[in-house]
Write a protein that binds this ligand. Structure first.
Ligand code: NAD
Ligand SMILES: O=C(O)C(=O)C[C@@H](O)[C@H](O)[C@H](O)COP(=O)(O)O
Ligand code: ZN
Length: 367
């Protein structure tokens, strides 16, 4: 008996008035040129990708750019290349192309490419169009949606950037066929995060489908992507520039970014840092009397079930992690402001968090 899989693309709108845009999700979308060409307005396009993704997928995009003046700029692969220096190189490529204000940047790759390409588009002539073509699970469910763009500094993650929304998101799920397993699992962390923050029904669904998602079964995978994108699109529509609710999407990130940076981006992937970071946030929340151990245990079980790390790697220093957390963008008035957890489906922003409690959690986890 064959299982019917609906391959019709899902469309989720990010509702931002005149700047609203579609997120198309489904197999084969990169080759659906007629669909995404509608998002290109001018005569110039710069495809920003990297040296891993371009050889795999640039051809499919190039066919759709026929008739335009276009070129590509390829980053070296990895988080360490999400830098100002590479934004400079991307801007030089736009200049070389002769890109006018109606030019479009096309981001073809994972979150590193998407964040850097989006920031480059935000900078060129004070802001031109860009289209996200995410090729990792993480980029499909998170980084391509919502318009946070930027780069890292040696001092910390994403310290420089701009809110700049794409014109469209083309999430071609066929590209996940070549994504390494570790990267795929890292993407699941951002799916679990969405459910942990705001959707207990989705969390229970993920618990039921953890094995199928680990095995990359197409139907539940597309369902999980669409549910996470819908959830994020709703948050972004209500609070585009993170004046309030949007900060909840940062659950686990103050810890996670510190872990990524301390590991010099070679120890942990972003999604892995977020998985461990969410568990640390849960432990801190328990310590502060905000959540129950039973909920932390459920979160731990789900993350482990989809193959994510749940402990801080050996060798990281709690004091260094705390110092990195002090540079987080959510902090105010020199005090830590964290997303704490109230149990499955509930999170809140808490300011003035006691550093001693944070350090105690870090020390216990690094032991
Ligand atoms: N802007 C946002 O809202 C937001 C949200 C979440 C994460 N991020 C950022 O996203 C970045 C992480 O993104 P990521 O997890 O996609 O990492 P990534 O961009 O480094 O991609 C992961 C790896 O997969 C490779 N790859 C990409 N697509 C592939 C494919 N289809 N087949 C084979 N290999 C492929 C890449 O070359 C890379 O080696 C971090 O910098 C993080 O800060 C941003
Ligand atoms: O879209 C958001 O808002 C998020 O916080 C999504 C996060 O998953 C993402 O990692 C984002 O890049 C973190 O942003 P930052 O503001 O903490 O740099
Ligand atoms: Zn993230």
């Amino acid at each position: 008996m064959s299982t019917h899989i609906d391959t019709h693309p899902r469309t989720i709108d990010v509702a931002l008035g005149t700047r609203s845009y579609p997120v198309w999700i489904g197999p084969g979308l990169l080759a659906d040129h007629a669909r995404w060409r509608t998002a290109l307005r001018g005569r110039h396009a710069l495809v920003i990708s990297n040296t891993t993704v371009a050889p795999l997928y640039l051809d499919r995009v190039a066919e759709g750019l026929d008739g335009l003046h276009w070129s590509s700029f390829q980053l070296d692969d990895g988080e360490t290349h999400k830098t100002f220096a590479n934004v400079g190189r991307a801007l030089e490529a736009l200049a070389q192309l002769g890109a006018t204000r109606d030019a479009c940047v096309v981001a073809l790759g994972g979150g590193v490419v998407g964040d850097l390409a989006g920031f480059s588009a935000a900078c060129w002539m004070r802001g031109i169009d860009f289209i996200q073509m995410p090729t990792t699970l993480l980029a499909m469910v998170d980084s391509s949606v919502g318009g946070k763009t930027g780069v890292n500094l040696p001092a910390g993650k994403n310290l420089v950037g701009a809110f700049h929304q794409p014109r469209a998101v083309v999430a071609d799920t066929s590209t996940l066929a070549t994504l390494p397993d570790r990267e795929y699992r890292a993407g699941l962390a951002e799916v679990v995060k969405g459910a942990a923050i705001g959707d207990p029904t989705f969390f229970a669904w993920l618990e039921q489908h953890a094995a199928a998602l680990s095995a990359r079964d197409e139907a539940p995978l597309i369902e999980a992507i669409a549910r996470k994108v819908s959830y994020k699109a709703g948050v972004v529509a209500r609070d585009e520039t993170e004046q309030g609710e949007r900060a909840l999407l940062n659950l686990g990130h103050t810890f996670g970014h510190a872990l990524e940076t301390a590991g010099k981006y070679s120890l942990l992937l972003h999604g892995e840092g977020v998985a461990i970071g969410m568990l640390l946030a849960a432990q801190l929340s328990e310590r502060l009397g905000l959540s129950e151990a039973a909920d932390s245990a459920r979160l731990h079980r789900l993350l482990a079930a989809v193959g994510l790390p749940t402990a801080i790697p050996v060798g990281l220093d709690p004091q260094q992690l705390l110092a990195l957390m002090r540079l987080d963008k959510k902090n105010l008035a020199g005090t830590l402001r964290l997303i704490l957890w109230r149990g499955i489906g509930r999170a809140e922003i808490v300011g003035g968090v006691d550093e001693k409690a944070v350090l105690a959690v870090l020390e216990a986890a690094c032991r």
